[in-house]
Design a binder for this molecule. Structure first.
Ligand code: TXA
Ligand code: MG
Length: 343
């Protein structure tokens, strides 16, 4: 199959919508990461997503809608707390887990009784869903186990020959996937942190819980509230270690570890901030330490770059785990197998 990449335009969106209606897959931009979209109500089409990604069948998909009115037929109930979160943060980088209706095929929800629903902020994404006239099931458009794509080029690298069309909407603004919030009960729980931060949720609901596995690996026998937590994610080929602590100590510890790795014949690289001085050592930029959103927007591209350059050791500066920083530390933590050195 030949894979075309087309900049977002009315015409390209109409072409993509037609492909979705015919049961094909489309790479689509959203404000978080690129999605691999298919008609959520068409089982055959949804199966193609799992095939193209190499995704385990027990990991459910998020269903994207273009307006709040489209949700009613997809769910059995909308608890009051969920309604408050929708009113506050949609359209935006937030997925709500709700009790699913019979209209959602079992392959979308991976046999669970719930479904993740998201109303994206991206106008291109919403225009595509509206033009298709169907809700769109879309996981991140990476091959399973690779970092999520934040540019159309990343999608092309992973999906060339597997899908007919990628809509190119430029770089994703947020850069990490949506916050996944279990909103089936009256006390919502953040299962995956993202652009809608715990602080933002707390401001609306008065309190917030964050699943303990956001910052720690799963242990044998732990209860998995979201199947995605089970899978190894975003792991670059490089052995990845995070350094956390006072700024000067972190920089010194990273430089020392870098020099050891180099002396041992490794190919080390630093994921660090522009303001910090690592001398002549190889640095892949996480952007400015002064803008919390920079590391989120760049992290996945940095992880891909590590692999492209064939680096064997990655030494990462931690960010403060508040606001969007919690999402960055969750993704970085998973890439590093939560190997965090406190200095
Ligand atoms: O920002 C995003 O959410 C992107 C864009 C394309 O919208 N999508 C995305 O999808 O990240 P995906 O499939 O890569 O990640 C969805 C996560 C997985 O960890 C999955 O296990 C979890 O959400 N999830 C989906 N449905 C669920 C459900 N019913 N219950 C618990 N977790 C669920
Ligand atoms: Mg994903």
């Amino acid at each position: 199959m030949h894979t075309q990449v087309k900049p977002v335009s009315m015409e390209a969106i109409e072409e993509a919508a037609e492909l979705i209606r015919k049961g094909e897959l489309v790479g689509m931009p959203t404000e978080t990461v690129y999605g691999l979209g298919a008609n959520a109500l068409d089982e055959q089409a949804v199966r193609k997503i799992f095939e193209a990604k190499g995704r385990p069948g027990d990991n459910p998909l998020i269903v994207h809608v273009s307006s709040i009115d489209e949700i009613a037929p997809l769910v059995r109930a909308i608890p009051a707390a969920a309604r408050k979160l929708m009113d506050a943060f949609w359209p935006g980088p937030m997925t709500l887990i709700l009790p699913k209706s019979d209209r959602i095929p079992d392959c979308v929800s991976a046999g669970l009784d719930t479904v993740g629903i998201r109303l994206p902020a991206s106008e291109a994404a919403r225009a595509l869903i509206a033009a298709a006239g169907r809700p769109i099931a879309a996981p991140s458009a990476n091959r399973s186990g690779k970092p999520s794509p934040t540019t159309a080029q990343h999608v092309f690298e992973d999906m060339d020959g597997r899908i007919p069309l990628i809509l190119d909407g430029g770089s994703c603004e947020v850069g990490v996937e949506s916050s996944v919030i279990d909103a089936t009960g009256e006390r919502p729980v953040i299962l995956r942190p993202g652009g809608v931060t715990p602080e933002m949720v707390e401001a609306v609901l008065g309190s917030v819980s964050v699943d303990e596995h956001v910052m720690s690996p799963l242990a044998e026998g732990d209860i998995v509230r979201s199947p995605g937590m089970k899978y190894k994610h975003y792991a670059p080929a490089a052995k990845t270690v995070i350094f956390d602590g006072a700024q000067e100590d972190v920089i010194a510890a990273i430089c020392a570890r870098y020099d050891e790795a180099l002396a041992a014949g490794e190919r080390p690289a630093i994921l660090g901030f522009d303001e910090h001085d690592f001398g002549e050592r190889t640095v892949i930029s996480l952007g400015s330490a002064c803008h919390a959103g920079d590391a989120a927007a760049r992290l996945f591209a940095c992880l891909r770059e590590l692999d492209e350059r064939g680096e064997t050791v990655a030494l990462c500066e931690a960010v403060e785990a508040t606001g969007i920083g919690l999402a960055v530390m969750n993704r970085m933590g998973r890439a590093a197998g939560f190997d965090i050195v406190r200095v």
